[in-house]
Write a protein that binds this ligand. Sequence first.
Ligand code: DGL
Length: 267
Amino acid sequence: MDNRPVGIYDSGIGGLTGLRALRQLLPGESFVFFSDSGRMPYGPRPREELRTIARQDMDFLAQFHVKAILAACGTISSAARPVLAAYPVPAFGVVDPALDALCAVPGDRPLGVIATAASIDSGEFTDALRSRCPGREIIGVPCPEFAPIIEAGHISPGDPLLRDCVARTLEGIRGVEFGALLLGCTHYGIIEDAIRDYLGPDAPLLSASECAARALRDYLVQNDLTGGEPGGLRFFVSGDRAAFERFAGPYLECGPVHAEPAPLMEL
Ligand code: DGL
């Protein structure tokens, strides 16, 4: 047993989809969550910058003596894989667990990934799927507008700005009969209903955050690192703390959230 907290980070509220899944799987765990919303979006940034950001975000979390770190961010997970692998605290991303889950989907229907431009351009999702699932059609769609619009609070399925944005972005894949469609950016779980409204209620959406949460749970269990006390929660935010608090409390169903200030780190 190990009562040190687990650290989680993202460019914003998207990482809360990972935290929510982890809290359900591991109720005895404590968490330190870092929302680097002062530097969001990560999606349009070049790879080297994302690697620096990954290092800085993990150094920030490491000061809280975390036993493991989840990059609850598809963009960091795909751009900064070597940084995560070399980090002195065990650090995990969302790419590998999501790929494992996609490759396990039976049948021959296409596999899809929607994610940020950086994640799709990196090929870490789509190229890897093409080599792991030869003969299967793989479709990747960059959604550059999604994370910023979600972070700006347009999350209700009835929100006209969100509906238009979803329709404009996903027009090319409406009607495709996917075996699974991965939400490869952690923000997208927050607008799952809007995506279903457009693609259809039975769209086989797969959450990269939930895949990663299960993989991290398995790692903690297998290494006897799970915590044994009712979970504490600390939140640090480099951007708008009030907006974060308004969303996080109801989303996590944990009562009022207090977010502490985090530094806006220079690149
Ligand atoms: N939540 C992120 C991801 O999973 C980052 C979105 C962004 O900042 O562009 O990719």
